[in-house]
Ligand binder design. Structure first.
Ligand SMILES: Nc1nc2c(ncn2[C@@H]2O[C@H](COP(=O)(O)OP(=O)(O)OP(=O)(O)O)[C@@H](O)[C@H]2O)c(=O)[nH]1
Ligand SMILES: [Mg+2]
Length: 216
């Protein structure tokens, strides 16, 4: 049987809001026919607004940007390091404050400075995640520099979070609590994560999503 409205069923992403062709059942000339009334599966009352939000993952090389995205989207972690070239975009849908958000996660290649190419990747971003490797102090300096540069492009009001990753190796961290507290005192939002154990991974994305939803 042909199905005109199959798209809404296959990916489960939307309500079924177009009527089917109607179902007729014929039992032959002697028995007449029964007609089952056309069913209109409308769920318009419960229809949620779907909004796309672009999040850029920024930071130095090998801090764990890709690992965080993979852990969040696919619940996978690997010790193998494959450096990202250019940008890789992943998608995850979340519901925040009754609003369905399509998070478009732009996992950018590691950078210590903005080149003309990756500056263009920032266009249209709604939120930024600056990733730092707790075991390498210089990656915090890079992230702070990237924050200044990206806010020149996107404005200082853009929701952003600093992620100090590799919490499972906290005994080897070079970044001290004192440094983190002084940044927090300056209004920098900081979370400690581990892409390996999954610690706080979901939380960073949902916290940022919550902040983005408040923005027009
Ligand atoms: N122990 C530990 N290792 C991690 C963690 N996150 C990432 N790694 C490892 O760090 C290395 C780099 O991780 P990636 O996610 O590829 O880093 P990246 O920031 O995407 O690197 P680029 O794409 O080159 O910018 C890999 O070997 C990961 O397995 C973590 O939370 N804990
Ligand atoms: Mg990467």
């Amino acid at each position: 049987m042909d199905r005109e409205d199959g798209s809404g069923l296959e990916d489960g992403s939307g309500p079924i809001n177009s009527p089917g062709p109607g179902l007729f059942i014929f039992f032959g000339p002697f028995t007449g026919f029964f007609c089952l009334k056309r069913q209109r599966a409308r769920i318009s009352a419960g229809k949620k607004l779907m909004i796309n939000k672009k999040i850029c993952m920024l930071g130095s090389f090998s801090v764990g940007k890709t690992a965080l995205v993979r852990q969040y989207v696919s619940s996978i972690f690997s010790d193998t390091y494959l450096s990202t070239v250019g940008v890789k975009i992943s998608k995850k849908t979340v519901v925040v404050k009754d609003t369905e958000l399509n998070l478009l996660l732009w996992d950018m290649e590691g950078q210590d400075n903005y080149s003309l190419v990756n500056m263009s990747y920032l266009r249209g971003a709604h939120g930024l995640l600056f990733v730092v490797d707790g075991t390498r102090g210089e990656t915090l300096t890079v992230a702070l520099k990237l924050r200044v540069e990206s806010m020149k492009i996107l404005g200082s009001g853009i929701p952003s979070i600093f992620i100090i990753n590799k919490c499972d190796l906290e005994s080897e961290w070079e970044i001290t609590e004192k440094v983190l507290s002084s940044l927090e005192a300056k209004g920098v939002s900081i979370f400690k994560t581990s892409a390996k154990t999954g610690l706080n991974v979901e939380k960073i994305f949902t916290t940022l999503a919550g902040e983005m939803v408040e923005k027009p």
